[in-house]
Design a protein around this ligand. Structure first.
Ligand SMILES: [Zn+2]
Length: 331
């Protein structure tokens, strides 16, 4: 290979060097022990004496040329060490962490409030029998809640619970009063998926059974709950209602968290919003379970409902659609 050819090759190759590793392998290729320059020096020894000085001069100048260009290139790309140095002024890399789902946040908050009042947490079955979901809860055969259109039935005759109330019966069967439990969980109803309905949603059931539990205990407990979950100045109102498994039964309304009772779109300008159903456990249920000497209260609330009121959300579907822009607000 001619010296001029080697020079041209080297000039082309050195332009393509991007890293210290590439630079080093180029150095070895030309200046290493078995490199191209050393091959020229070996060739020099075999030349006749009169040719040696000229050829030797040419090889030396090529070697110096290559050395200089390699040094320049080294300065240009920097050394490996320099590249690894940490620049503390650079902004950090962003890692997108997950966050707790708003429904879980609210459920945890509600559970914490009741645990603070001495309630313990139990979990029931999502697949239930007709007996626990309806019959044992004093729901007569012809009750509309039993309508096929409201309940998801399984092929074996069991069903997806339509409320968390079956937990009341299962707990009272196993344990003796005094009982003070809450039961959070998913419930299912054949419903449209629209801004205010979902075929699956979350409830929290509460049950307190002891000697001499009164309606006043129920109202006091729930009022305290409302003040803690919304704000200390929240007011409560109880309106007579009907549930098969409580007597008397009531719907609990609170002063609208959005307008404070002044009247707004959320409360339909009444100043009050409904948050849950409650009542005294029906005597027939207690007697059937052998607790005729006891009284108790029960309540059930929708976690979505509380979350929507507390967080100012007007479409239940937002909880299930996994839209990151929505979920990231609760980080
Ligand atoms: Zn309002």
């Amino acid at each position: 290979m001619e010296i001029s050819e080697v020079r041209r090759n080297f000039e082309r190759e050195v332009l393509e060097v991007k890293s210290p590793e590439q630079l080093e392998s180029l150095r070895i290729k030309y200046l290493g022990k078995k490199g191209i320059i050393n091959k020229f020096f070996k060739k020099l020894k075999e030349l006749p004496p009169e040719e040696k000085p000229i050829f030797g001069k040419e090889v030396n100048s090529l070697r110096d040329y290559i050395k200089n260009l390699l040094d320049e290139k080294k300065k240009e790309i920097g050394t490996g060490k320099k590249r690894e140095r940490i620049d503390l002024t650079l902004p950090g890399r962003f890692y997108s962490g997950g966050s707790i789902h708003p429904l879980s946040l609210i459920e945890d908050e509600i559970v914490d409030i009741f645990v603070g009042m001495g309630f313990s947490v139990v979990y029931g079955n999502e697949v239930e029998t007709d007996y626990y979901n309806f019959t044992a809860l004093n729901t007569p055969e012809d009750h509309p809640a039993r309508d096929l259109h409201d309940t998801f039935y399984l092929q074996d005759g069991r069903l997806l619970r339509t409320h968390t109330s079956p937990v009341q019966i299962r707990v009272m069967e196993k344990k003796n009063p005094p009982l003070r439990i809450i039961a959070p969980g998913r419930v299912y109803r054949v419903d449209a998926f629209d801004p205010s309905h979902s075929p699956v949603f979350h409830q929290i059931e509460g049950l307190y059974v002891d000697r001499d539990v009164t309606l006043g205990d129920l109202f006091g407990t729930l009022e305290e709950f409302a003040k803690r979950v919304f704000s200390p100045d929240t007011e409560a109102m109880f309106i007579p209602s009907f549930f098969p498994f409580t007597e008397p039964s009531a719907e609990m309304k609170i002063s609208c968290p959005f307008c404070g009772g002044e009247g707004c779109g959320v409360c339909q300008h009444t100043g009050w919003v409904e948050i849950l159903g409650c009542g005294m456990v029906h005597r027939r249920i207690l007697e059937n379970l052998g607790y005729g000497d006891y009284t108790g209260f029960a309540f059930g609330m929708g976690v979505e409902r509380i979350a929507m009121l507390k967080m100012g959300i007007n479409d239940i579907r937002l909880f299930y659609e996994n839209d990151l822009e929505f979920l990231e607000q609760f980080r």
